[in-house]
Ligand binder design. Structure first.
Ligand code: OXD
Ligand code: MN
Length: 591
């Protein structure tokens, strides 16, 4: 019989469904003790100190990095594993060609054998959490059970966890069940299974972020996208940012980019000195839940309470706020170390790594000092530009939606969709070079519709139909745009400076929303001319800007036929409206 910590709320007020489930999991996994998380700062500190004592966490230099720690994961467990991630729906077609599928009973049976006795000698942590402000009708709750204190600490930072979530679960009597064990960290015994019809997740064999912090990708995207379709909203891989223009009006924009393509940097953008009067507020950096409001607009909450961001490249020039934000109270994963116990990563202007991310003496011949997918976990409130509305139960109204990918050619700097239905096609057509955020080859272009390829919990055909249906309910829909910050010249050099300068593109979008900016119809959508952008103080050659704002018709005709072939995989599930939109684009390009 496992020993148990005190319950965060009296037994009589707990949801019976939660206690029954915890008992059943303890029966199966046989932990030595059970720890119910209450979500206090003192609890997080106690868990952290225990891991420091055990040698699993390393305390960083307290003078320069107070309350910061380094965790080194297993070297074979450093990224999401899309090939081992499954959607287990009764019908294979409901999961769609975009997902790996396993029949639910077979998946449960497989996982039951992996979980059987796997927590012997370990502590089972129960983490009740709420995705979104606890008093928001747009938020949804879950409970993660894990045998990793590192995962528990991350979840305590990344979600609103503990007593209040447990109380809401008892009131609502519904929650997403997420069962996780690091198992033996054996890549051959690693599976991330989702059962959206049952609102449950089972994850075994990995302790890494997206595979193990189940509130994030597994709940807030894969399971929530399924829930969202049933309930009439959208769960998206999007940042949410507030932009206050020089006249003092604040507009909110949601933007979807594939993993490690700069969502955190855009969400924390610092206006360049050459664009005075702008202010930027971060609502979220990775996930947005978007709900049609009674006023015909789309309203967004960030379901998360913290950032699990990519570290390399963060410095005072690229993202001063992030650089400041992670100087205290931050959990680093897989960065390198200097002789003074400062964290170090590629892109820092100073310091010298002596120990690499695996804890070995740094040798550049073995690759980068910090893992390219090394991460920081930090509370959103540490962001100096954190929006005052992150806890607003209503969320924020969205004026514009942006889709983007990392493409060295084809996609121009920015274009606007003709309308919502065309915007759905633009989102569905996103393609991007793969990054280190997932196991596999880096730099290969793949289709990543709405940046949701790894995260949509059901058939993309049904998902696009749902997007069209949500748009039809909005009398004041956001305008939809596509951007590409990553265009390169023939020598491979980036044509656009990115980072703070991206504000020029966002400002054009907001002017389009207000009806005050010009654009030309370029067939694929509406493009600004150079004179439509505010280029005061911009250091980009006119020729480069012309390339960034041009459409190469033959290349685009090829793109259109590739998009058509991609979409046709979805067969009868593909809304015909998408093909009609594609034909309009093809005709405009002279096909
Ligand atoms: C992430 C990802 O961790 O998209 O946010 O991989
Ligand atoms: Mn992400």
């Amino acid at each position: 019989m496992a020993t148990a910590s005190p319950l965060p709320i009296p037994m009589s007020q707990l949801s019976r469904a939660v206690t029954d489930w915890v008992d059943a999991v303890a029966q199966l996994t046989q932990p030595e003790s059970v720890h119910w998380c209450e979500g206090t700062r003192a609890e997080r500190e106690a868990l952290t100190s225990a891991l420091v004592r055990e040698g699993q966490l390393l305390k960083l230099d307290p003078k320069t990095y107070p309350d910061c720690h380094l965790y080194r994961s297993d070297p074979a467990d450093v990224a999401r594993v899309e090939h081992l991630t499954y959607i287990c729906t009764r019908s294979k077609d409901d999961a769609g060609p975009n997902n790996n599928w396993m029949e639910p009973q077979a998946a449960h049976a497989k996982m039951r054998e992996l979980f059987r006795g796997c927590m012997r000698g370990r502590t089972l942590y129960v983490i009740p959490y709420c995705m979104g402000p606890v008093d928001s009708p747009l938020a949804r709750c879950g409970v993660e059970i894990t045998d990793s204190a590192y995962v528990a600490i991350n979840m305590l930072i990344m979600t609103r966890a503990g007593r209040e979530a447990l109380e809401r679960i008892a009131r609502e009597d519904t929650f997403v069940r997420g069962l996780h064990s690091t198992g033996e960290l054996d890549p051959n015994r690693r599976f991330i299974m989702h059962f959206p019809e049952e609102l449950s997740i089972e994850s075994y064999g990995s302790g890494y972020g997206g595979n193990a912090l189940l509130g994030k990708k597994c709940h807030a995207l894969r399971v929530a996208s399924w829930q969202a379709r049933a309930e009439g909203w959208l769960a998206e891989h999007m940042l949410i940012v507030g932009l206050r223009d020089p006249r003092g009006a604040t507009h909110y924009v949601a933007a979807a980019f594939p993993s490690a393509c700069g969502k955190t940097n855009l969400a924390m953008l610092i206006p360049p000195d050459t664009l005075p009067g702008w202010e930027v507020f971060t609502v979220g950096d990775d996930i947005a839940w978007l709900h049609p409001g009674a006023d015909g607009r789309l309203w967004a909450i960030n379901p998360e309470a913290g950032y699990f961001g990519v570290v390399p490249g963060t410095n005072p020039q690229t993202n001063r706020n992030a650089y400041e934000m992670i100087r205290r109270d931050t959990l680093f994963t897989n960065v390198a170390l200097t002789a003074d116990h400062h964290p170090w990563w590629e892109g820092l202007p100073d310091g010298r790594p002596v120990t690499d991310w695996q804890g070995r003496p740094f040798d550049p011949a073995r690759g980068p000092a910090a893992h390219p997918n090394s991460r920081f976990t930090v509370a959103a409130t540490r962001n100096p530009a954190c929006s005052p509305l992150i806890d607003d139960p209503r969320g924020v109204p969205i004026s514009a939606i942006i889709f983007g990918g990392r493409r060295r050619e084809v996609a121009p700097l920015v274009y606007e969709a003709r309308d919502w239905a065309h915007g759905v096609l633009v989102g569905a057509s996103v393609a991007s070079e793969t990054t280190a955020a997932a196991v596999g080859q880096v730099g290969v272009v793949r289709r990543d519709p709405m940046a949701m390829q790894p995260f949509c919990g059901y058939n993309f055909g049904d998902y696009w139909r749902h997007w069209l249906a949500v748009g039809a309910r909005l009398s004041r829909p956001p305008r939809i745009f596509h951007v590409n910050w990553f265009r390169r010249d023939a020598e491979g050099k980036f044509l656009w400076p990115g980072f703070g300068e991206n504000l020029r593109v966002l400002a054009w979008m907001l002017e389009r929303c207000a009806g005050t900016a010009g654009a030309i119809d370029a067939g694929i959508g509406l493009l600004p001319r150079a004179e439509d952008l505010d280029t005061r103080g911009l250091k980009v050659e006119p020729q480069a800007l012309a390339t960034l704002l041009s459409v190469d018709a033959p290349l685009w005709r090829k793109e259109v036929s590739e998009v058509r072939a991609y979409l046709e995989q979805y067969g009868a599930r593909l809304p015909q409206q998408m093909l009609a939109e594609l034909s309009r684009t093809a005709a405009a390009l002279g096909d």
